[in-house]
Design a protein around this ligand. Sequence first.
Ligand SMILES: CC(C)(COP(=O)(O)OP(=O)(O)OC[C@H]1O[C@@H](n2cnc3c(N)ncnc32)[C@H](O)[C@@H]1OP(=O)(O)O)[C@@H](O)C(=O)NCCC(=O)NCCS
Length: 350
Amino acid sequence: MPEPRYAALLGTGRYLPERVVTNVDLEEILDTSDQWIQERTGIRERRYVADGESGAMMATAAARHALEMAHLRPDDVDLIVLATLSPDVCFPGNGVYIGAELGIPGTPCLDIRQQCTGFIYGLSLAEAYIRSGRYDYVLVIGSEIHSSGIEMAPRGRDVSVLFGDGAGAALLGPTTDVNRALLGTWVHSDGRHAEELWTEGPASRKNPRVAADDVANGSVFPKMNGQKVFKFACRHMVEAVKEAVDAQGVQIADVDFFVFHQANMRIIDFVLKALRIPESKTHCNIDRYGNTTAASIPIALDEAGRAAMIPPGALVCLAAFGSGFTWGSALLRWPTGEGGTQTANEQEGV
Ligand SMILES: CC(C)(COP(=O)(O)OP(=O)(O)OC[C@H]1O[C@@H](n2cnc3c(N)ncnc32)[C@H](O)[C@@H]1OP(=O)(O)O)[C@@H](O)C(=O)NCCC(=O)NCCS
């Protein structure tokens, strides 16, 4: 019988623009207040790109960071999976630009559109491609620029205060050792709620897809039914974690570390309470970055790993919910450093 083949996490990386935008910076522009934002979301500040920073550029920087940790070179990569809701241009997708910036012409790429759940969907693709033997090394990247797409006026304040820019990446490769493996991914969608959190335009189902008054009527800016999104996020994040542990036949208490999509501190607090997870078993950075959609989980995972918050061999659960609605989870064993790869902790020398 051939040995089982699994996908393993070999490296993580991140890129955050240097420009910090605090709640106080937004007060005048959006008719909001630091207190309102902090009380309702836990966000204190977020990062916005500067001129010259693009989604592909941030994704490439995060990917290089992950490759370094894995001791691999760009030309080892067999597939790039890029999750974003904010591509640099309408088409082509950012994946081709990332391949060009990494200097690996000919390498296939996939751009996926599952918003805040995009990274988990990306992991599910990497898992399937690697387990089947089709590819060895798959880069999964989440990269977003929100700052150029949100409405910087009081009309859009409920959404605009939430989002920030950034990128996170993971490099996955094959292993025969289940104790180093991505154990599973579970993903879902329910398009009946597609328009509860969406940006309508430019819309190819309308002709013309961009009209002169689209900025004035607001159709090019994100819109959200905040209370409905909040309720569904709480419910589905809890269900997503339960689905992962049930499928693996383990208990919530057996999971050593959780990384949740960073949408709102109140949603994360709800999930921690509902599942009786101690705060010490998770890492949150929403106060510093806001919601970076597809980038949020890989950024938080990379921060937690490099800060030695996740012990080698730990059972780690990831869970996300977002526009679509989409939601999902993943369970993995944190790298042990054996077998030619290095853990995040060893990489940082801690
Ligand atoms: C957006 C969210 C923070 C709003 O909080 P809320 O308690 O539901 O607030 P409401 O929408 O009921 O609005 C309450 C009031 O605050 C006002 N308000 C909205 N945004 C505001 C802002 N940025 N600053 C100040 N006031 C604001 C509203 O106009 C409303 O005023 P009114 O009572 O005079 O009509 C909350 O609904 C939420 O977090 N939803 C989930 C968002 C999310 O996670 N999205 C991403 C999922 S991946």
